[in-house]
Design a protein around this ligand. Structure first.
Ligand code: X2X
Length: 339
């Protein structure tokens, strides 16, 4: 669409009168001093992106159009591994990433993913909004990334498969399972004597479809919104891990924002995280019926034998040694004795 000079002048005059809300495209572009990209790996329909859109609009509104936070869902700007290097270089300004994948850069960030650590969401939020979360954010800051206070929810992870249900730890023996690119995920499924394959989320659907792997593990909200039920037959409610997304910012880009603008941006990001937590927990709790109707066969294995297998394999002792006594004590303060 070509704007003639006359149209441009008319549009910018109108925008001056209308202010930032609903301003013509041209005027809004002129007013957006800061056009920042926010990348994530989730489908557009996932509650994280639904709330992110509201967040972006609220930020634009309260900054009078000065900040235009552009959302790129579904790995549009690259895989998690690619975008992690872009957030560090400034190729993107914002990125939500699981602490377990971030742990390739910040080892402490995977601690919330320790197998069977969290019994429920109350315990998760007390820990992640309390001392354990503060410890992880301190470590993330040391890696020269900015991290928002409130972690976003991914959920409690379940195991899907195209070949069999997982009822006991023995069923994991030799099981070709996709895991995200993270030392903790690989370590846990090796402790189950499975055959974990590290694959970025943007390649999971095709890896399952072509049977490169038999299964994967994710919360029900993602099994639904990423349509993984189309290429999986069984869903075993192993509930083996809680996982969340830290909202990260490139430090130089963050510090380019004036202090008052930073306060507004952080306020809306953290408020969106709290709303997304409610949405995602609700979706995780209600999606099983919808997924069963789409053909997924559910089973509910007893969890204690899996936890016992991890204990006997030395998994908890190994990771206690990796995180160190301070971080492990913060985890056990929230969830009780593990190792
Ligand atoms: O990669 C996954 O499985 C996902 C989408 O759950 C994460 O980002 C960890």
């Amino acid at each position: 669409m070509n704007f003639s000079r006359r149209t441009l002048l008319k549009a910018s005059a109108a925008a001056t009168v209308m202010g930032s809300v609903g301003s013509p495209l041209v005027a809004r572009a002129q007013q957006a001093e800061f056009v920042y990209k926010y990348a994530n790996n989730l489908p557009d329909t996932h509650p994280l992106n639904v709330r992110a859109k509201e967040m972006s609009a609220a930020i634009k509104q309260e900054t009078n159009g000065r900040v235009d936070l552009q959302i790129f869902p579904n790995n549009q700007l690259g895989s998690d591994t690619d975008v992690l290097s872009q957030i560090r270089s400034g190729g993107v300004e914002f990125f939500t990433l699981s602490g377990l994948i971030l742990s390739t850069l910040v080892p402490a960030a995977s601690i919330n993913g320790i197998g069977f650590a969290f019994p429920d969401y109350d315990t998760v939020w007390k820990a992640m909004d309390g001392d354990l979360g503060a410890h992880v954010r301190k470590e993330i800051n040391k890696a020269n990334l900015v991290v928002m206070d409130k972690i976003w929810d991914n959920g409690f992870r379940q195991t899907t498969s195209s070949t069999k249900a997982i009822n006991t730890p023995e069923d994991f023996k030799g099981f070709k399972i996709r895991v995200p690119v993270s030392p903790l995920w690989t370590s846990m499924f090796k402790a189950f004597e499975a055959a974990p394959a590290s694959i970025n989320f943007n390649e999971v659907y095709s890896a399952l479809q072509t049977k490169i792997v038999e299964g994967q593990e994710n919360p029900l909200a993602l099994i639904s919104t990423a349509k993984l039920y189309e290429v999986q037959k069984y869903c075993s409610l192993t509930n083996h891990m809680w996982d969340g997304f830290w909202f990260l910012a490139n430090r130089r880009a963050w510090e380019r924002l004036p202090a008052d603008v930073r306060t507004v941006v952080a306020k809306h990001i953290n408020a969106a995280a709290v709303k997304e937590r409610e949405d995602t927990a609700k979706l995780n709790a209600t999606t099983q019926t919808e997924l069963a109707a789409k053909g997924l066969v559910f089973n509910q294995p007893k969890v204690d034998p899996f936890r016992e297998k991890l204990r006997k394999s030395g998994f908890y002792a190994e990771w206690k040694g990796k995180y160190g006594d301070e971080a492990w004590a913060l985890l056990e303060k929230s969830v009780g004795k593990l190792a």
